[in-house]
Design a protein around this ligand. Structure first.
Ligand SMILES: [Zn+2]
Ligand SMILES: [Zn+2]
Length: 271
């Protein structure tokens, strides 16, 4: 049967359709949870802005990704690709996946710290933090230039360090992508003592909080272990669901504002 499908539909189309369907199901279930157990009343204006900015990011990604990936590839090849050959046979698969995930999460953690530390990076990242109402789409609300920059400056580190077997790429990306996306859900769910096991909506809400005691806390993308190692972990209390947004309450007013956000946003302001 799969051979018949494979003869008529290209593999990339099967992967695209499968991923789109999976994301669609996850999104619909997530929205239902947000409506039933909201952490805070939803701001429709902020959610609509989430959608607009996510569409802008997606469009720019289609335009710039091939060029950014090509630049990243040049860097990887120049540095000598795949210093460490990872194995994917038997139990090696789990060990190799763990090595890649820990490295990826460490690199993402350092990048995220830098985005809050350096004004030029914060001027872009602050767009993500301007959401005064988190939602299932806030995870895609990022400045349009950040993804290409990540592909050129950060992702090549993994390509230089590891030769990753092709069959490991999709499971690792899914494993990594899902907790980060779900972390922005506006749901009142407390994991109690397990909040420090895996990034989750309450844990990440602390990172978006407008309350000063939460500034520069909970940076991790997947594993709070990174925050614990570097002293930036904040274990949320059972009823700790703070308001989110920029302390200045600055908001983009539309697509144009999203395009020029770093110019509009003060370069010198950071937290
Ligand atoms: Zn941040
Ligand atoms: Zn976030």
């Amino acid at each position: 049967m799969s051979a018949v499908i494979g003869e008529h539909i290209p593999l990339w189309a099967i992967v695209f359709i499968t991923n789109t369907a999976l994301l669609g199901v996850i999104f619909l279930v997530a929205r239902q949870f947000e409506k039933t157990f909201p952490a805070k009343p939803e701001s429709i204006g902020s959610v609509v802005t989430d959608w607009k900015l996510a569409a802008l990011k997606w469009t720019s990604s289609q335009l710039f990704s091939p060029m950014a990936k090509a630049c990243g590839l040049i860097l990887v090849n120049a540095a000598g690709a795949g210093w460490i050959q990872l194995r994917a046979d038997g139990w090696w698969f789990l060990l190799s996946a763990l090595v890649v995930i820990l490295t990826l999460d460490f690199v993402a953690y350092v990048t995220h710290r830098a985005q809050h530390k350096f004004p030029v990076l914060w001027s872009m990242h602050s767009l993500h933090h301007s959401a005064d109402s988190l939602s299932a789409v806030t995870g895609a609300r990022h400045f349009w230039l950040e993804d290409p920059l990540f592909s050129i400056c950060v992702l090549p580190i993994l390509g230089i360090l590891f030769k990753i077997p092709a069959e490991m790429a999709t499971p690792i990306l899914l494993l990594y992508f899902i907790p980060d996306s779900l972390a922005h859900l506006n749901i009142r769910l407390s994991l109690g003592r397990f909040a420090l096991c895996l990034n989750n909506p309450q844990y990440h809400r602390i990172h978006h909080s407008i309350e000063p005691q939460h500034y520069d806390k909970n940076f991790c993308k997947m594993l709070p272990l990174m925050d614990m190692i570097f002293g930036t972990a904040w274990a949320p209390g059972r009823d700790e669901f703070p308001m989110t947004g920029l302390p200045s309450r600055e908001q983009p007013t539309g697509i144009l504002d999203g395009i020029i956000w770093p110019l509009r946003h003060r370069l010198s302001w950071a937290h």
